[in-house]
Write a protein that binds this ligand. Structure first.
Ligand code: MTE
Ligand code: MO
Length: 417
């Protein structure tokens, strides 16, 4: 526990150490074993709705608010114009590997288990917490974005002419909410975490994820113990109300500023291990693959990168006016956004946007820009953010086969008529 694993560089270093110590063969065997374990334990028949039952997403998805992508739904950015700081829960994007499970909170239990706890309990004799137990513990509230690691993936093709695999999101696979719940650290301490603990792996109660015929078990992804003990929440409220079913009811993990996959929904158990843990979600997904990366990929992705979005429809048609008030939001997983610049001439000239409203550490920054529009025609609107680490959105994001971490300046097409 000496390394500060909340620091990305240290974490990556620790991870590459793990990888060096685990031959591909062993790792493959480990993966198969863990996928098998997911199968054997099932999803809890009483908890998960049958796969054929209903739509993968429970809440209404009106087309003026959402773009449908299979089991997922993307928020339309134009919906955020004129809204307050937070993304309303009804509008928040949904990323479901399978389908939203129906969970009975009276029988729901969070099971904490593994070799990193006193007495090394197995899943059968795990330390259990009921919903009421969590509600009775001291609560904290945190404003944070959750963003899919593939947010902006569609722009690899549109803007860079590169084919990548995965959901072709525009920029709407992100939202900011006020999450209330119990610090994961408190639950782990109550469960008897020891100095031996290395990795902490929450797992969802949604059904097994099957990727092209291969059953990978239930969605789960390890967190280094230092991050788990730092600012991670077991959240039961979103924007002041109980979590909606699609966003993890009754309890989800919220890992501020990290890749959305870390924020496991419908959490049912948490393994606390004294050895490094692997799941497909930190080995075959959520790493960078392709030119410039080793065959097993980069280190597992942790913090999200920079992004900016205009609160306008993609391909918006705007009636001509001499001045348009453009609005948008920018955010970064590496710290607060310090500056946003806008270009309306394809990137030749840039001018500062005016920041508006609060700047919580893990949230986004709202801004506006008065565009003196030369006349009817086609334009590309560009917004470029710089965060407190000095990082600025680049013109191009380096290619990676799964299309993660698109951070280049989006060229937002509009037509003025
Ligand atoms: N159990 C479970 N947790 C999950 C997922 C899932 O499919 N199952 N998807 C993950 C991914 S990839 C993302 S981006 C976020 C999305 O959270 P949201 O649907 O509340 O927006 O949840 C994460 N947690
Ligand atoms: Mo995601």
């Amino acid at each position: 526990m000496d390394d500060d694993l909340t620091d990305e560089a240290t974490y990556e270093h620790a991870r590459s150490r793990d990888r060096l110590n685990t031959s591909p063969l062993t790792r493959r065997r480990l993966l198969r074993a863990s996928a098998g374990a997911g199968l054997a334990m099932g999803a809890g028949a009483a908890l998960a709705r049958p796969a054929h039952a209903a739509a993968p997403i429970v809440k209404p998805l009106p087309p003026e608010l959402f773009i449908a992508h299979g089991t997922n739904a993307e928020m339309r950015w134009e919906a955020m114009r004129g809204q307050g700081y937070l993304t309303p829960a009804d509008w928040f994007f949904v990323r479901n590997h399978v389908a939203t499970p129906e969970i009975d909170v009276r029988t729901w239990r969070l099971k904490v288990w593994g070799g990193g706890l006193h007495g090394s309990p197995g899943l059968e004799n795990a330390v259990e917490f009921g919903y009421e137990d969590l509600l009775a513990m001291p609560a904290v509230t945190r404003t944070a974005f959750i963003e899919c690691t593939g947010n902006g993936r569609g722009l690899f093709a549109r803007q860079q002419g590169q084919q990548v695999s995965g959901t072709p999101w525009l920029l709407g696979a992100a939202g900011v909410a006020r999450w209330r719940g119990v610090p994961l650290a408190h639950v782990l301490e109550r469960a008897g975490i020891t100095e031996r603990a290395v990795d902490v792996m929450p797992r969802g109660l949604d059904a097994d994820y099957v990727d092209r015929g291969e059953n990978l078990g239930r969605v789960r992804r390890p967190l280094p113990v230092a991050k788990a003990l730092d600012d991670v929440l077991l959240a039961y409220e979103m924007n002041g109300r109980p979590l909606p079913p699609d966003h993890g009811f009754p309890v989800r993990v919220v890992v501020p500023s990290w890749a959305g996959i870390a924020s496991i929904k419908w959490v049912g158990d948490i393994q606390v291990s004294d050895t490094p843990l692997f799941s497909p979600w930190n080995t075959r997904y959520y790493r960078l693959f392709g030119p410039g990366h080793p065959p097993e990929g980069s280190a597992p992705l942790t913090r999200m990168s920079l992004k900016s979005a205009f609160e306008l429809p993609w391909n918006a048609r705007l009636p001509y006016r001499p001045e348009h008030r453009l609005t948008g939001r920018s955010w970064s997983g590496n710290g607060r956004v310090r500056r946003v610049e806008v270009s309306t001439d394809g990137g030749a000239t840039w001018r500062r946007a005016t920041p508006r409203g609060p700047r919580p550490e893990h949230g986004w920054l709202q801004w506006e820009y008065r565009w003196r529009c030369p006349g009817p025609g086609s334009y590309e609107l560009l917004a470029r953010a710089t965060d407190e680490t000095g990082a600025t959105q680049p013109d191009v994001t380096p290619f990676n086969t799964l299309g993660y971490l698109f951070d280049a300046v989006a060229r937002h097409p509009v037509t003025v008529v």
